[in-house]
Design a binder for this molecule. Structure first.
Ligand SMILES: *Cc1c(COP(=O)(O)O)cnc(C)c1O
Length: 384
């Protein structure tokens, strides 16, 4: 018997039935009242999820496209920005900025740790010229399973002529983000992580302060010109053909998110992460991320000595129909990652831990079967 592959990966994530059903509907024309109603509803709900009063723009792209779009709209060539990198996605943000001619100062944090906001403060104070125009930061660093304290960084920039751009691709709707209260100028996310949607949509919120920067930006742009998206948004549409089916699916996903409630969603993820960490430690495995920075959405685990971890992942995938993620770049073969974001409940996690036990045992890891499952069950609240 074959069942659906269970993706316990940090995107794409599993799709609820309502989202799949929406994706299979006959197409609508986008210049109609019917489409505009979906788009308008999705945008109202998105603002609630973002906890913002500001416009949230919608793009047909993956998360990286929206990261590029944010940079191109906010800045001009030669502008100085501080990129805080704690892993693969922080590096990517810095790389895009450099490609577009920004003067990138890099704070490179050892992988497995988050940034200390005090160090950012010190960096800003020591900046010669005091002309840093933007800070680029990853909220939930998916490659290492680390969360950065973006609230504290936002606090540092309150009265400064400097924007805070947040890569929240894997965190929005999974862990708390108070866009307006925390002073986050652009918050970028993608559809295929905690939002329970297929890949292909990206969203960016834009603060008043950011709109002032955008009006002055000298970077060339056409498809991603935020001012044209803002203008269309006031007519409940987009300047170019939107990803119609994805927008309709997103309106369904937003319904589910509002219905469950953000606080409950955050509590569910926190509980899954705790159970996952307890399970793998009970199995005799070691966590990779420093615990005070550990993510509620993805758990990174060191490969046990002498064990071919990618072989164990292969067994999980081919024999147990569960996908978990590998380590990226220099962490390949050294760590593995279990995603628990979006449409995932305690039984998905228990199945995953159980299959991980079978698979690790098969590649020679010595442990007592059931140790991880028992630990997970003891710390999980099945009613969350
Ligand atoms: C997934 C992800 C991205 C973007 O990836 P895309 O493949 O372009 O959607 C960016 N940042 C983080 C933290 C991510 O997890």
């Amino acid at each position: 018997m074959k069942r659906d592959k269970l993706l316990m990966t940090p995107g794409p994530t599993m799709l609820p039935y309502k989202v799949r059903e929406a994706m299979s509907r006959q197409i609508l024309h986008h210049r109609t009242k019917e489409f505009e109603a979906y788009f308008s509803k999705m945008n109202d709900d998105l603002k609630r999820v973002y906890q913002t009063q500001n416009p949230v723009l919608t793009f047909a792209s993956s998360g990286t496209g929206a990261m590029e779009a944010a940079l191109v709209n906010a800045f001009s060539p030669g502008d100085k920005v501080l990129a805080i990198s704690v892993g693969v996605f922080g590096e990517r943000f810095a790389k895009i900025a450099a490609r577009f001619g920004l003067d990138v100062k890099l704070m490179d944090i050892p992988w497995g740790k988050g940034v200390n906001p005090e160090d950012v403060k010190t960096f800003l104070e020591g900046d010669e010229g005091k002309d840093i125009k933007g800070i680029l930061i990853t909220h939930n660093e998916t490659s290492t399973g680390v969360v950065n304290d973006i609230k504290a960084i936002g606090q540092l920039l309150k009265d400064k002529d400097c924007l805070l751009l947040v890569d929240a691709v894997s965190s929005l709707a999974g862990i708390e983000i108070k866009t307006d209260d925390w002073g986050l100028d652009m918050v970028i996310t993608g559809s295929q992580k905690a939002l329970m949607l297929p890949p292909g949509l990206a969203f960016v919120s834009v603060s008043d302060k950011a709109w002032d920067f955008i009006k002055k930006s000298k970077m060339p742009k056409f498809y991603y010109d935020f001012l044209s998206y803002k203008k269309s948004l006031s007519d409940n549409t987009t300047p170019f053909t939107p990803a119609v089916s994805l927008v309709i699916a997103a309106s369904e996903a937003m319904n589910m998110i509002i219905e469950e409630g953000l606080d409950k969603i955050f509590a569910r993820h926190k509980n899954l992460a705790l159970a996952c960490r307890n399970a793998v430690t009970a199995m005799g495995l070691e966590l990779f991320a420093e615990q005070k920075y550990a993510s509620d959405l993805i758990t990174s685990i060191k490969a046990p000595a002498g064990i071919e971890i990618d072989k164990a992942r292969g067994i999980m995938n081919l024999e147990h129909d569960i996908m978990i993620a590998e380590g990226q770049q220099h962490l390949k073969g050294k760590i593995f990652r279990i995603g628990h974001m979006g449409y995932v409940d305690c039984y998905d996690l228990l199945r995953t831990i159980s299959a991980l036990e079978f698979s690790l045992k098969k590649v020679g890891f010595s442990m007592e079967l059931g140790a991880g499952v028992a630990a997970a069950q003891q710390s999980i609240d099945p009613y969350l």
